[in-house]
Design a protein around this ligand. Structure first.
Ligand SMILES: [Zn+2]
Length: 405
């Protein structure tokens, strides 16, 4: 097998992932490869189905087609968003286009057998419903509502997921579908989903989920940051000022989550005589014009903003997206966040900083789970491995043909 140094098939493919059509000459120039080598690698990618002649133009009269691009319909992935009391799945192509969706009211606390049983059935139904074969399934991405060790796909001490601690989620699914299974926490996949759907050009983005808890998914330099053990972005237990009398479920005092997440806001609203049991009730009150709820949400925004200001100074994002249930309070929450951030972050860091609510909303997680799977399937290393497997199969077939002569 001939290997031109430095640029492998997987890396050549990485260029084609931008969705634009490329000519061989452009690819040769961008990679420094000889035109003949580019041709060979493009042929491999076409055989793998990942690349197709652009515009569906077939070669005529033996002349090879001039333009090539990623072939998004080559394979399918399924993204799954498992929440506390619901689950949602989406079948997508390699561009993240949704081909089918399914929903269920299912408690994550029912345990892995029940929840993953639903996933197994739903994957089968979605693929069948699309008219494609199960062999076209290339990967499954899953978001879970708790801490996950991404490298193994196992949840680690998840507080609201009894029976899931260190459970082998990929192993369970791979027993039925022998494809890669990527698992991450819900906030990380929401950040991926928001970016893929609406902000592909943004390389430095933080998504903060404000719901029953508070957490962040951090993308810097275009890459999701998980940290050493996958706990990066756990903003909920950062201490905020003037709340040392408030005890958090983690045992510490003054945690952001104990002050500004849904249950805390509902309690604050109740203390002032309004009726609210959950963060969702608080959002409804804000929308209904309750001044009490508006003031409570605005203060929560200031508290969240205090932590966002520190984070802005640390990692200098260009967009901060607020997602989760409380994002429904819209401008009232954003105003409080902006107030603290502009007061406490450095001017250069905030000059072009956008603080916005999620556009993907309830779809962010499922789109992100699909994005997680797509990123894996299209990664240079995975494409390289597939092209090497193809070359090995070719070599074996050739050796057999020689023997039979
Ligand atoms: Zn805490």
């Amino acid at each position: 097998m001939c290997h031109t140094p430095s640029v492998r098939t997987g890396e050549l493919f990485d260029l084609l992932r931008d969705g634009r059509p490329w000519t061989r000459a452009q690819l040769a120039e961008a990679t420094g490869l000889a035109r003949s080598t580019v041709t060979m690698r493009i042929d491999t990618l076409i055989r793998l189905g990942l690349v197709a002649p652009y515009g569906g133009a077939r070669s005529t009269g033996g002349r090879p087609p001039a333009l090539f691009a990623l072939n998004p319909s080559a394979k399918l992935v399924v993204g799954v968003d498992v929440g506390a009391t619901h689950a949602r799945a989406a079948l997508t192509d390699l561009d993240g286009r949704i081909l089918g969706e399914a929903d269920a009211q299912i408690e994550v606390a029912a345990g892995p057998d029940e929840v993953l049983g639903w996933v197994i059935e739903t994957v089968r139904d979605l693929v069948a419903g699309s008219g494609r074969k199960i062999d076209d399934l290339a990967a499954i991405g899953i978001g879970l509502p708790g801490p996950v060790e991404h490298s193994t796909g196992r949840p680690i001490n998840p507080p609201i997921m009894p029976g899931w601690d260190r459970y082998d989620v990929p192993g369970h699914l791979r027993a039925v579908y022998p494809v890669p299974v990527l698992v991450d926490n819900d906030v990380n996949i929401m950040a991926l989903g928001e970016r893929r759907a609406f902000m592909r050009e943004v390389d430095d983005l933080v998504l903060i989920k404000v719901a029953t808890g508070i957490g962040a998914g951090i993308v810097t330099g275009g890459v999701l940051q998980r940290g050493a053990r996958g706990t990066a972005g756990d903003l909920g237990h950062v201490r905020v000022r003037n709340n040392d009398d408030i005890v958090c479920r983690c045992g510490n005092t003054g945690c952001l989550e104990a002050v500004a997440a849904g249950p805390a806001l509902a309690a604050a609203v109740r203390a002032q005589g309004e009726d609210a049991k959950t963060g969702g009730d608080v959002v409804d009150l804000v929308r209904g014009g309750s001044l009490v709820a508006m003031a409570v949400v605005r203060q929560a925004g200031r508290d969240i903003g205090e932590v966002v200001a520190t984070m802005t100074n640390l990692i200098n994002p260009s967009v901060v997206v607020i997602g989760g249930q409380l994002a429904g309070a819209g401008e009232h929450l954003l105003a409080g966040i902006r107030e603290s951030v502009y007061q406490r972050s450095l001017p250069l860091a905030t000059e072009h900083l956008r603080i916005v609510t999620s556009r993907a909303g309830g779809e962010a997680a499922v789109l992100g789970a699909s994005a997680l799977a797509i990123e894996h399937v299209l990664s240079p290393d995975v494409v390289e491995a597939a092209s090497e497997a193809l070359a090995a199969a070719d070599a074996k077939a050739e050796a057999e043909a020689q023997r039979s002569l």
